[in-house]
Design a protein around this ligand. Structure first.
Ligand code: AMP
Ligand code: MG
Length: 351
């Protein structure tokens, strides 16, 4: 792997004519040399490369240390870029695009002829979305090619929601990061597959099942059974990996504040430094070495937004063990719990 002096290119996303911004042009020049750079999206920062280039895709996998059987999402800025990228768009898929693009919904479609085999990890389908972020759209448009872009973190680490997170993970490995400030949604896109009129959620994310049902029709949205059932493999290859993990062991606690505090006290008596992942409402209630709130429990969108930043903060605090609260699995809570269960490697203590 080449090494780089990783540059940070600040861009104010509210500026007009972003496509002509010197930093956007600079980013697109790297893309057109089939190198990879990090860009902000509305979900998390992405590590972007030319989706048509085998070299670029190889560099994405190398820089992240990502297993090569985990396919990438391709990002477009204009529907005309579907040409060559996918071979057909079903009626249901079209409806979802009309309703949710640009936005945090990824649709798995039959693969076209003009996309690197490495993007799809040999599958006959390709995952596509149009991000709802001015800077991402401007970089794609300036590059003139669809961009494959997984989250811009080292594989296994929490996804990056700021340019600083990307820098911590990928400095020296990529030529630059377009710094557009903090991302908005905070968890990755929802990944869906459409077969006939049925929509299957392969990965929960920024768009909820309830929102999808409003467009696809009641009862026409299902969740891949492989996500909940341990005996069945998930349909999305990425869902089988441990992900989003802080450095210290992380356990979820499904119980009262008092129960969680007792678990913490016991470990601290044994001399361990303990962290607690909670929300603003309860942050002052706990006693531990490091108590980190991720958003407000009363506003699950804010929890999604701050979740990865909170998980990363425990690494700086240098704790030996982290206990985290659970959240109701409704709305964006489904995505929050999916990420938390992955970062805990499935470890949950019930009261
Ligand atoms: P990331 O790029 O890290 O946000 O992860 C992308 C997610 O989309 C992973 O869970 C992949 O397994 C999933 N994905 C990408 N392409 C496909 C596809 N063709 N079929 C099913 N899942 C896919
Ligand atoms: Mg990722």
């Amino acid at each position: 792997m080449k090494s780089f002096q990783t540059e940070r290119w600040a861009v104010d996303k509210t500026e007009n004519t972003l496509e002509n911004h010197p930093h956007i042009i600079q980013a697109s020049l790297w893309i057109n040399k089939n190198e990879v750079i990090a860009i902000p999206t509305e979900t998390v920062y992405g590590l972007a490369g030319n989706a048509r280039s085998d070299d670029a895709i190889k560099r994405i996998f190398e820089a992240k240390g990502r297993p090569s059987d985990n396919p990438l999402i391709v990002h477009i800025s204009d529907l005309s870029q579907l040409e060559g990228l996918v071979s057909s768009v079903s009626e249901t898929a079209q409806k979802l695009m009309n309703a949710f693009w640009p936005g945090p919904l990824t649709i798995v479609l039959p693969k076209g002829e003009n996309v690197s085999e490495r993007v799809t990890a040999g599958l006959s389908t390709v995952a596509v979305r149009m991000p709802d972020h001015e800077i991402a759209l401007a970089v794609i448009a300036a590059s003139g090619v669809p961009l494959a872009a997984p989250s811009a973190n080292l594989s296994g680490k929490p996804s990056p929601t700021s340019a600083q997170h990307v820098y911590e993970d990928l400095k020296g490995r990529i030529p630059g990061i377009v710094d557009g400030g903090s991302t908005g949604v905070g968890v990755e896109s929802t990944v869906v597959e459409c077969t006939g009129e049925l929509v299957t959620i392969l990965r929960p994310g920024g768009i909820t099942l309830e929102e999808l049902e409003k467009v696809a029709g009641a009862g026409r949205v299902v969740v891949d059974p492989g996500l909940e059932n341990e005996k069945q493999a998930p349909k999305s290859p990425g869902m089988k990996y441990t992900h989003y993990a802080p450095d210290a062991p992380f356990v979820l606690v499904d119980g009262s504040v008092e129960f969680l505090q007792r678990l913490v006290d016991k470990e601290r008596e044994a001399g361990k430094r303990i962290g607690i992942l909670t929300t603003e409402e309860r942050a002052h209630v706990y006693k531990a070495d490091c108590v980190i709130p991720a958003g407000d429990r009363s506003n699950p969108e804010s929890v999604a937004q701050h979740l990865y930043e909170a998980l990363r903060a425990f690494n700086e605090a240098g704790v030996d063990q982290i206990f985290g609260e659970v959240f109701p699995k409704t709305g964006v809570g489904v995505a929050i719990m999916n990420r938390l269960e992955k970062s805990a490697g499935g470890n949950i203590i019930k009261e």
